[in-house]
Design a protein around this ligand. Structure first.
Ligand SMILES: C[S@@+](CC[C@H](N)C(=O)[O-])C[C@H]1O[C@@H](n2cnc3c(N)ncnc32)[C@H](O)[C@@H]1O
Length: 242
């Protein structure tokens, strides 16, 4: 029987989808606060960088996949792009919609979608973005295949995800921080140690930069590149559909 990883535990694909759904339902209302707390606000700078690399243009149609509470979409929309925020989890989308209203951003389309089986036609988006989402998807290769399908010829793919830093001293520090401190912050701020333990474990189980780049190539993208941040703790992967 097929097994996939849910953090350090191997489970059936159906169980993983269900458990990941539970995690993001539980964390939705505290998700943005926790991102700031866990990264010391750094995730904001990484997201700014990510969107700069996308180079969104006015009128472009961009799919922000696993868009959650809208952080990437809000940035893309500032450039005048038409953005569809898609996520499998309605609780995350609900928080995002409220945040958009509070920011007076009214031109986003919010849509419940599974990255593995998108409801969109072929060749419709100029760019596809996914930030800190793909490691939560049950069948990553299927999501990459779908990204290629929905992009127009000439469309750009961008994925930001955690990876393993190659800075050795920093790597040891990060290991202590992520294993011992992040779940405690989760416990204190969100009363939910388990969800934050999963988030850390899922980072460790995610393929390294080279292996993930191969998966992007297998989907059919060309000009596949990875830009490491903090020695590869985070990486921005990109590719083109031709
Ligand atoms: C860590 S959050 C990232 C949210 C946002 N992109 C950001 O950077 O703040 C991961 C998101 O992936 C979504 N997700 C997990 N599996 C998914 C799937 N199969 N299809 C679409 N979204 C998925 C979760 O619901 C969650 O909102």
């Amino acid at each position: 029987m097929e097994k996939v990883s849910f953090g350090f535990t191997d489970v059936s694909p159906q169980e993983k989808t269900h458990l990941v759904g539970d995690v993001f339902r539980r964390v939705a209302s505290r998700y943005d606060l926790m991102n700031d707390a866990m990264s010391g606000g750094l995730h904001r700078l990484w997201k700014d960088d990510f969107v700069r690399l996308v180079q969104p243009k006015t009128g472009e149609h961009i799919l922000d996949m696993a868009g959650g509470t809208g952080d990437i979409a809000f940035r893309l929309a500032k450039y005048g792009a038409d953005v569809t925020v898609a996520d499998i989890n309605p609780a995350m989308l609900e928080v995002g919609k409220k945040r958009a209203i509070a920011r007076s951003i009214h031109n986003l389309v919010w849509q419940e979608e599974d990255a593995e089986t998108l409801s969109f036609d072929d060749n419709v988006f100029d760019a596809y973005t996914i930030a800190f989402g793909i490691r939560n998807v049950t069948h990553i290769q299927k999501a990459l295949d779908e990204a290629l399908r929905v992009l127009k010829v000439g469309g750009r793919f961008f994925c930001m995800e955690f990876s393993q830093t190659k800075w050795s001293g920093f790597s040891d520090l990060y290991k202590i921080y992520s294993t011992h401190i992040v779940p405690k912050i989760g416990q204190i701020l969100a009363n939910d140690e388990g969800s934050y333990r999963y988030l850390v474990e899922s980072i460790e189980r995610f393929p390294n930069i080279e292996k993930f780049a191969d998966m992007i190539k297998t989907a059919g993208f060309v000009q596949v590149r990875a830009r490491p941040i903090l020695g590869g703790l985070v990486a921005i992967h990109s590719g083109w559909k031709v």
